[in-house]
Structures are given as structure tokens and as C-alpha cells.
Write a protein that binds this ligand. Structure first.
Ligand code: ADP
Ligand code: MG
Length: 604
């Protein structure tokens, strides 16, 4: 038997290793941006073509590299950032593993131009398949430009794995957002297919948040700031009314590095308890700075997960800091925020607070919310080791989800021709019948009805559009603009005619003929929000996500008073559905109460 073990050639070994670091265009974007930051750049430009599939270029005005360093930089484990293993625990730079450029050079065609400030000439190097193709002296500005072309050109299997341009571009914007959020004092810009997407002038963290996440946060951020010997925390949380259905705007930056931490996220979310709906996600950008010796950032190839020496301390600290700032915001809003002139004129602000008013206020639920246990600023006295494992906390909060009810009988419908129909608490519709009665939940029932109507429309003809007399312009964030463009074809099928109109803007030319309109901006914001909420559901097609989002968006909401005709209409349409008993999300749309069971309960 011949021996059968052979060493892999370098370029194949590099390609395999590259899989860990460079999974998609966005991973390369992250590595290149971080290298520019590490090089001390004050201006960093990102240029993208075809969602990074054709070109990803980063130009910085940092230190640049010498000729030897430029050649060395493409070698695996070539780094200027650490020398000994001890250095690993003192890291202040974003990179240190010396893998990124080697990986990129293994899976793309790379062109590097770089010059150090003191050198008169720069150097140009072209690498392909980990092999240097060309090297020459050039004239260049101080700094570095790295262009990587045709990502995965030599690994077709990986290239085929890439998602649509819209999806890959979203990932790129995510990475760009994370890095530029961590360094608000650096100028960043992003061009995609020659169009400017972001132009971020240097500023403070709040300005950077508004540039990236949208100006609507302007009056909606509460500042967080606590300092101790062990760690500092600063940043912002969104006021409770900015909480969203998706995990969207949530950022932890530990020593300027974006990290994912469900554990710390729980610390923040729990501080909002009772201020926001159970299934919503508060917005936050929280920066935690601590001695690098207390964190291990080398537990994940892309460094998005890190290990704290003492996670519980960080948890308690984050929670306390957020609770504290939320409490301050609710107690003294006028200190922190500019009050609208119109609000200043309100009698409640102008007139003295009488004892009678005080008594009324104190018996109200809002007041209680702030003064009883579980209030925002109520920080439980911490005994040693008392912090519950976060998994337990999660499990507790999941206990409440109900299972859908099956096998409901529908006979009552036929017996329900002349019975009265009643709305209770602006959300339940009570319909009696000879066999008992049912309670319909109006919003869930309506979601089911719309869901099936939209599904049917896919089989038949489009839902008719009613042209707007005065088309409305919608401006959305850069990430949402990409999403909306991607969805516009399907939206037309469902009656919404949205056309691109310059940078991040769209014109709404028409809406479904039989859907009540008004406040289109909000309609689209929440539609996109809903869509993103479903994005983690891998089993759903794009259409399915859109239909579910539209059903939620268009459904009559809990809290709306209904006329008798509306109630009759709703109940009738519900039972015309193929699956009347569950909402698209699987919650029951109605509960049935049988007369004989009720009688039994009364001992009859
Ligand atoms: P790491 O960042 O982990 O050190 P990389 O493969 O990303 O590894 O980069 C290798 C080395 O190349 C870096 O340590 C740095 O010295 C040099 N380098 C990379 N990008 C730049 C840049 N934009 N400006 C200056 N030097 C750079
Ligand atoms: Mg690097």
C-alpha cells in the first residue's frame, strides 16, 4: 500500500482557511475597514460594485505600508499587531490574527496600493490565487487602497452560495454600520454602484447614530453613562416608544468592537420590562470599555463573540446603568430633552399641580409603574451570587405562549342567523349560538382573512391599485431602501405601486383599492419592520414573508370599535377561510364555549 498523506498546496490550504474568515462580501468589508482603522486612518472610503461580488475597495489615509510590509501582509499569520501570546490580552487593535489579507488573496483578485507618509513613492501589488502577479513602484497618496475583485472567482461552489445582491448589500451595510458606529471620530463614506449611500462626517456618538440609524431618533435617545474602576459604559438607549418588532437597532461595542451577546442583550431588555411590549426589542447603542485583560476576544474567527472574565458583573452593571438612565428620563424629561413649543403651552405644564390632581395621578397605572417593584429604576439589592442564570430567565418568559386550539366545531354558524353580536373590550367579538358561544379576537381573525385573500391573489389576478391623486414621497434608511426596491415587484402584485425616486426615496403612486389609507410613511415603516421580523424565518419565501407582513399591517387592530355590520362581515369572512381557527402566526383566532360544558361547570 502506498503512503497516502500529502501536504496540501499553499493556495488550497489558504482557500480552506479563508472559509472561516471570509464567508461573504460583507466579511471582507469588515476586515478591510478594520485594517484601515488599525492603520490610524481619519478618512475611510468603501466602494462597492454588485453588492461586493465584482468589487470591494477600501481607501484609507492611514500609515500605509513599506514595500516589504506590503509583500508580507498577504502571508498567513503575518501581522504587525501582536508578537507574543501575552500580547493577546493587551489588544487595542481590531485585527491581530494576521489572516484577513491572506484569506482575501486566496479567494479573490486583489490590488494593493500603499504609501507611507515619509516615502516618496508607493508600491502596487497584484495578487491572485495567493500568488503575486505584479509588483511595481507607483506614485500614490499616503495611505492604503485595497481593491478585491471577483470574490470567489476560483471557488465557484462558494460563489453560488452567495445570496441576491439586495441580501448581500444588506450584510455589507450592517458591517459598515457596526464599524462606523464604533468610530464616530473617523470620516466614513460608502458608494454602491457609483451611487453615494453614506457620507459620515466625523462627530460624536449621537451624531453618528442619527447619520446611520436615521434622524427620527433625534428626540428619542436617552443617554447612558456610568463609570467605575472596572469598566465604563456609555451610549444611548431608545425611548420605550422606539422599540421595534425586530432586533434591528441593537449594538454592543466592547472596546470599540461590535459584539453579539444574547446575555447582555437580556440585561438591557430586562431593564425595559413593563415599559415596552413583551415581544418588542428596544434600540440601543452601548459602548463598554474595560481593560483588555478582562476579555478574551480570540474565541471566534470573526471576533463577534467574546468572553468576559466575569460576565455576571458586566450583566449587573449594564442592567443598572440602563435602569438608571431610563429612570432619570421618566422622572425629569424636561432636563434631558427639548420640549416642543406647543407642549410648553399645555395647561398641565403651565398650571400648578394641585393636591387633587396629585391624588388622581398617584392612583393611575403610569404612576404605579414608576413607583412599584419592577419599575424602571428599581434596582434590586444584590446579594452575592444571586444573579439568576440568564437561561432560566429566558425560559420563564417563554412559558406563557399558548398552543393553538384544534378541532373547533363550526355548527353554530348555521344556527346563528338572528342572534346578536357584541364587541367586548374593543377586541373580542362575542357570537352566541344554539350550542354555546364563541369569542373571536378581531385582529387575529382579520389577519387570517387578509392572509388568505393575498394568497388567493397570487393564484388569480393582481389586487387592483388605486392611483393616488397626490403621490407621496417616502424616504427610508439606506438599508430599507435596498429592501424596498427588492420588494417593489411583489408589492405591485398586492396593490402597492412604489417607484424608486433618487437616493433612498420612493414615490408611492398607488395603494390597494379597498385598503383604507392614511399615514403611508408609517404604513411602510411598519411593513418593512414586519418583513425584517420574519427574515430570520428561513422556511418562508420572500412572498410568504411579504404576505404575512401585509396581513399584519392591514388588519383591523385590537382597540378599534367595530360596527355591527363590520363584526358580521368579519365573522362571516373568517369562516369562509380555509383555516379559520388560527392566525397566520398560529395563535387561535377564536375560542369556543359549549353550552353543555358551561352548564356542567355550574353543577347542572
Ligand atoms: P491583522 O489585521 O490581523 O494583523 P491582516 O491580514 O488583516 O491581519 O493584515 C496584515 C497586516 O497588514 C496588518 O497587521 C498590517 O500591518 C498590514 N495592513 C493591512 N491593511 C493595512 C492598511 N489598510 N494600512 C496599513 N497596514 C495594513
Ligand atoms: Mg486585519
Amino acid at each position: 500500500m502506498p503512503d497516502c498523506i500529502a501536504l496540501l498546496p499553499d493556495h488550497i490550504a489558504n482557500q480552506i482557511a479563508a472559509g472561516e474568515v471570509i464567508q461573504r462580501p460583507a466579511s471582507a468589508v469588515k476586515e478591510l475597514l478594520e485594517n484601515a482603522v488599525d492603520a490610524g486612518a481619519t478618512e475611510i472610503k468603501l466602494i462597492i460594485t454588485d453588492a461586493g461580488k465584482s468589487l470591494i475597495q477600501v481607501i484609507d489615509n492611514g500609515t500605509g505600508m513599506s514595500e516589504t510590509d506590503a509583500r508580507m501582509s498577504f502571508e498567513r499569520h503575518a501581522t504587525s499587531k501582536i508578537q507574543t501570546i501575552d500580547d493577546l490580552f493587551q489588544i487595542r487593535t481590531m485585527g491581530f490574527r494576521g489572516e484577513a489579507l491572506a484569506s482575501i488573496a486566496a479567494v479573490a483578485q486583489v490590488e494593493l496600493k500603499t504609501k507611507k507618509a515619509d516615502d516618496t513613492t508607493g508600491i502596487f501589488i497584484e495578487v491572485e490565487n495567493s500568488v503575486v502577479k505584479k509588483q511595481e513602484v507607483i506614485a500614490a497618496p499616503t495611505g492604503t487602497s485595497i481593491a478585491m475583485k471577483n470574490l470567489f472567482f476560483n471557488v465557484p461552489a462558494r460563489r453560488n452560495f452567495l445570496k441576491s445582491n439586495a441580501a448581500e448589500m444588506r450584510h455589507i451595510i450592517d458591517e459598515f454600520t457596526r464599524v462606523s458606529l464604533a468610530f464616530p471620530n473617523i470620516f466614513f463614506s460608502l458608494f454602491s454602484n457609483n451611487q453615494p449611500v453614506f457620507h459620515l462626517e466625523p462627530g460624536n456618538l449621537k451624531q453618528r447614530i442619527l447619520q446611520l440609524l436615521g434622524n427620527n431618533y433625534n428626540t428619542k435617545l436617552v443617554s447612558v453613562k456610568e463609570e467605575t474602576d472596572y469598566m465604563n459604559i456609555y451610549g444611548f438607549v431608545g425611548k420605550p416608544d422606539t422599540a421595534k418588532k425586530t432586533r434591528g437597532d441593537q449594538y454592543f461595542l466592547v472596546n470599540n468592537r461590535f459584539i453579539k451577546s444574547p446575555y447582555l442583550n437580556h440585561a438591557v431588555t430586562s431593564s425595559f420590562r413593563e415599559m415596552i411590549a413583551k415581544d418588542s426589542f428596544p434600540a440601543y447603542v452601548l459602548c463598554i470599555d474595560l481593560d483588555p485583560a478582562h476579555v478574551d476576544i480570540n474565541v471566534h474567527p470573526t471576533k463577534q463573540e467574546i468572553k468576559f472574565e466575569d460576565e455576571k458583573i458586566i450583566y449587573a452593571f449594564v442592567q443598572a446603568a440602563v435602569k438608571h438612565s431610563l429612570a432619570q428620563f421618566s422622572v425629569a424629561p424636561a432636563l434631558d430633552f427639548d420640549l416642543d413649543a406647543a407642549i410648553q403651552q399645555l395647561p398641565s405644564i403651565q398650571q400648578p399641580f394641585t393636591e387633587k390632581q396629585q391624588a388622581t395621578t398617584q392612583s393611575g397605572s403610569i404612576f404605579k409603574g414608576f413607583t412599584e417593584m419592577h419599575q424602571a429604576h428599581f434596582i434590586e439589592p444584590s446579594k452575592k451570587n444571586e444573579l439568576k442564570p440568564w437561561k432560566d430567565l429566558y425560559e420563564l418568559s417563554e412559558l406563557n405562549t399558548e398552543k393553538p386550539i384544534e378541532n373547533l366545531s363550526l355548527e353554530f354558524l348555521n344556527n346563528n342567523t338572528d342572534e346578536k353580536i357584541i364587541q367586548l373590550h374593543q377586541q373580542f367579538i362575542l357570537v352566541s349560538s344554539s350550542t354555546g358561544f364563541i369569542l373571536v379576537q378581531q385582529q387575529l381573525a382579520h389577519e387570517r382573512i387578509i392572509y388568505e385573500q393575498l394568497q388567493n391573489s397570487l393564484k388569480g389576478k393582481n389586487i387592483p391599485t388605486q392611483k393616488s391623486l397626490f403621490p407621496i414621497t417616502l424616504t427610508v434608511s439606506a438599508a430599507d431602501a435596498i429592501l424596498l426596491e427588492e420588494l417593489s415587484g411583489d408589492l405591485l402584485q398586492f396593490g402597492y405601486c412604489v417607484e424608486p425616486f433618487g437616493k433612498n426615496s420612493f414615490v408611492l403612486q398607488g395603494t390597494p383599492a379597498d385598503v383604507e389609507q392614511g399615514n403611508e410613511k408609517q404604513v411602510f415603516d411598519s411593513l418593512l419592520e414586519q418583513f425584517k421580523h420574519f427574515s430570520s424565518e428561513l422556511n418562508f419565501s420572500k412572498r410568504e414573508k411579504l404576505i404575512r407582513s401585509l396581513a399584519k399591517q392591514q388588519a383591523t387592530k385590537t382597540g378599534k370599535q367595530l360596527t355591527e355590520t363590520e363584526m358580521q362581515f368579519l365573522v362571516k369572512n373568517l369562516f369562509d377561510c380555509k383555516l379559520p381557527n388560527i392566525s397566520p402566526d398560529g395563535a387561535p383566532t377564536y375560542l369556543e364555549f359549549k353550552k353543555d360544558q358551561l352548564e356542567k361547570m355550574f353543577g347542572k
